[in-house]
Design a protein around this ligand. Structure first.
Ligand code: GLA
Length: 385
C-alpha cells in the first residue's frame, strides 16, 4: 500500500520533477445509510486513511497515470478522452471529463497515486480518488471551483464514468471532513454542520468481511429506483411532497404498500433511518453512547430486512458482537453487499472482541476477518514532505 513518501518518490523517479501532493481521506458513516440520494441527512466522518496523488502539468495533452497499488499504468490524451476498458483509471478520467465538459482549459498531466485505504470494502476509496483528483486539478490549473463543486464533480464522475449513481455523502465528507468532528450533512440543502465527536474510551472498529461488493453498482442503482418509485406513488397523491423526508409511515401504508411491496419496504427503511439519525444527534449531545449503539443495531436490522443490502457474512458479524457487552453498537456500513461493519467497542476490550470474532468468523465462513481502527481526521488538503 502506497505511503505519501512512496508516491512522491515514484513520481520523481518517473517524471524527474517536483509534483503537487494532495491527500484525500476515506470515510466512516455513523448513521444515515442510503439516505443521501433520498435527500435525508447523513452523519459521516473523514478517517485517517488516505489516497495520495502526486500530479504535475505536461506541455502536451497526454494523460499519464500510474496506480502504485495496482502497479499498473494508463496512458491517453485529453483530446480523445473516453472511458478506459479497465475500471481504476475511470475514477480519474471521469473527473477530467466533468471538468472538460464544464469548458475549463486543461493541459495533459502526469499522475501517480496510491494510498492506505483498503479498496472496495466500503470505506470510500473511490470518493477519495475522485476528490483527490478534482482537488489537485483545481489547484494545479487554478480552476476556481468551491469544495461543494468539487464534491459534485467527483459524484458525477462516478455516475458517468463508473456507472454508480451514488449520492453526495462520500465525496462531501472526503472534502469537508474535520478532525475530531462528525459531519452532519443535509442532502437536501447541501449544508453541513460539524458535530464534535467526544473524546471517550470507545474505539471505532471496522470488521472487513472480505466479501467484495461486486453486486454493488447494479443493486445500488436498483435501490435508488425503488425509492423513487415509492416517492412517485406518494407524490401523485399528496401535494407538497417532493422527497422522502416529507413522507410519513401513514402515507406509505396508504399509497405505496398496497401497490408495490418492495418500494414500500425500501421507503419505510429510509424514513425510519432519517428519524434515527436525528435521535443519534441527541444521543451525541448527551454523550449517551449506549443509546446510540442500540440505534446502530436497529439500522442494521433495517438494512438487512427492509432495504435488503446486507449479506450473510455482515449479518453474522453484527449478530455475533451483539451479545458482547463490550460492543455498544454495530451495523453494516456503506452501499452494502459485503465490505465492512462499523463497531463501537470499549477501547480496553477491542483486542479480546476481535480475537474471538476472528476465530468464529473463520470457523463459520472459512474467511479471514480483517480489522481496521479509525480515527477522525481532516478532509482533502495539500501536503508537503
Ligand atoms: C455508497 C454511496 C453513498 C451512499 C452510501 C450508502 O457509499 O457512494 O452515496 O449512498 O453508499 O449510504
Amino acid at each position: 500500500m502506497g505511503s505519501l513518501k512512496t508516491i512522491l518518490d515514484l513520481y520523481k523517479e518517473k517524471h524527474n520533477s517536483e509534483p503537487l501532493l494532495i491527500r484525500s481521506p476515506g470515510r466512516v458513516n455513523i448513521i444515515g445509510e442510503h439516505t443521501d440520494y433520498n435527500l435525508g441527512s447523513v452523519l459521516p466522518a473523514a478517517i485517517n486513511k488516505y489516497i495520495f496523488i502526486a500530479i504535475g502539468k505536461r506541455i502536451d495533452d497526454e494523460i499519464n497515470i500510474y496506480a502504485a497499488d495496482y502497479t499498473d499504468s494508463y496512458s491517453g490524451t485529453l483530446s480523445s478522452l473516453e472511458k478506459a476498458w479497465k475500471l481504476w483509471p475511470n475514477y480519474i478520467l471521469g473527473v477530467i471529463n466533468e471538468i472538460k465538459k464544464d469548458g475549463k482549459n486543461l493541459s495533459g498531466v502526469n499522475i501517480v497515486f496510491g494510498g492506505d485505504i483498503p479498496l472496495a470494502v466500503g470505506l470510500s476509496s473511490s470518493a477519495a480518488i475522485t476528490c483527490a483528483a478534482a482537488f489537485a486539478l483545481n489547484q494545479l490549473f487554478a480552476l476556481g471551483y468551491s469544495k461543494l463543486e468539487l464534491a459534485k464533480i467527483g459524484q458525477m464522475s462516478e455516475h458517468n464514468f463508473v456507472g454508480v449513481n451514488c449520492g453526495l455523502m462520500d465525496q462531501y465528507v472526503s472534502l469537508f471532513g474535520k478532525e475530531g468532528h462528525l459531519l452532519k450533512l443535509n442532502c437536501r440543502t447541501n449544508e453541513h454542520q460539524y458535530i464534535p465527536y467526544p473524546e471517550n474510551n470507545i474505539e471505532i472498529v471496522l470488521f472487513d468481511s472480505n466479501v467484495k461488493h461486486h453486486l454493488v453498482s447494479s443493486a445500488y442503482n436498483e435501490r435508488r429506483e425503488e425509492c423513487q418509485k415509492g416517492l412517485d406513488l406518494v407524490k401523485a397523491q399528496v401535494p407538497g411532497v417532493t422527497a422522502l423526508p416529507d413522507i410519513t409511515e401513514e402515507m406509505l401504508n396508504k399509497y405505496v404498500k398496497p401497490v408495490d411491496e418492495i418500494a414500500y419496504k425500501r421507503c419505510l427503511y429510509v424514513i425510519q433511518e432519517i428519524d434515527r439519525l436525528e435521535k443519534v444527534c441527541k444521543d451525541l449531545e448527551s454523550e449517551d453512547f449506549e443509546a446510540l449503539g442500540q440505534r446502530l443495531f436497529e439500522t442494521h436490522n433495517g438494512l438487512q430486512n427492509l432495504f435488503e443490502v446486507s449479506c450473510d457474512e455482515c449479518d453474522f458479524l453484527v449478530e455475533t458482537v451483539k451479545q458482547d457487552l463490550n460492543v455498544l453498537g454495530a451495523r453494516m456500513m456503506g452501499g452494502g453487499f459485503g465490505g465492512c461493519t462499523i463497531n463501537l467497542i470499549y477501547k480496553e476490550a477491542v483486542e479480546q472482541v476481535t480475537e474471538k470474532l476472528r476465530n468464529e468468523y473463520k470457523a463459520k465462513f472459512n474467511k479471514d476477518l480483517k480489522v481496521y481502527t479509525a480515527t477522525i481526521g481532516n478532509g482533502t488538503e495539500e501536503v508537503k514532505i
